[in-house]
Design a protein around this ligand. Structure first.
Ligand SMILES: [Zn+2]
Length: 169
């Protein structure tokens, strides 16, 4: 099950990507466009493992992994998608203007991924980096744990077993 704190697909579409690329003079080739279409269809995090065959199927031809990765690289570069590092997965960006705006919460149980705004955290880290004279290259902020749905389900199951134990007693 996939949740999203923000709704990426609404802000990003093929038309929006096309316009942004035209403004930047970036080449939105048919392959790159198809790669984005596939990601828009998943509308949630997709692992590289699942993405490659989906893209090949859409193109109707075999696809060398480096070709697929280059297409993903382009979409990352343009800020259309984000990489979830600890999952080797990709998801649509929620902030087209700011690539480092969000923080990911990842459920270890069901795989749900939620990106939330992290303005305070971004400012805090930027301040700490500046104080250290540290030039930040890549920023990865991912929190792993158990989502609300899974916590609720687990609690319900535990509650049931207590009832069963109560009856036996
Ligand atoms: Zn979960």
């Amino acid at each position: 099950m996939l949740n999203s704190g923000l709704t990426p697909a609404k802000s990003l579409s093929i038309e929006v990507a096309e316009r942004i690329c035209a403004e930047r003079g970036a080449r939105f080739t048919p392959l790159r466009r198809t790669a984005l279409e596939v990601l828009l269809e998943f509308n949630g995090p997709v692992s590289a493992y699942d993405f490659l065959p989906a893209l090949a199927q859409r193109l109707g031809r075999r696809l060398a992994p480096p070709t697929a990765y280059r297409a993903l690289g382009f979409l990352l570069e343009q800020g259309f998608i984000c990489r979830i590092e600890t999952r080797n997965a990709f998801t649509l960006a929620t902030h087209l203007e700011d690539r480092n705006a969000g923080v990911f919460f990842l459920c270890d149980h069901c795989g749900a991924t939620v990106e939330v705004d992290a303005d305070g955290i971004t400012e805090l880290l930027a301040g700490r980096a500046a104080a250290l004279g540290f030039e930040v290259g890549r920023r990865i902020v991912e929190l792993q744990g158990i989502c609300a749905d899974c916590r609720y389900t687990t609690a319900a199951v535990e509650g049931q077993s207590q009832v069963v134990r109560g009856r036996r007693a």
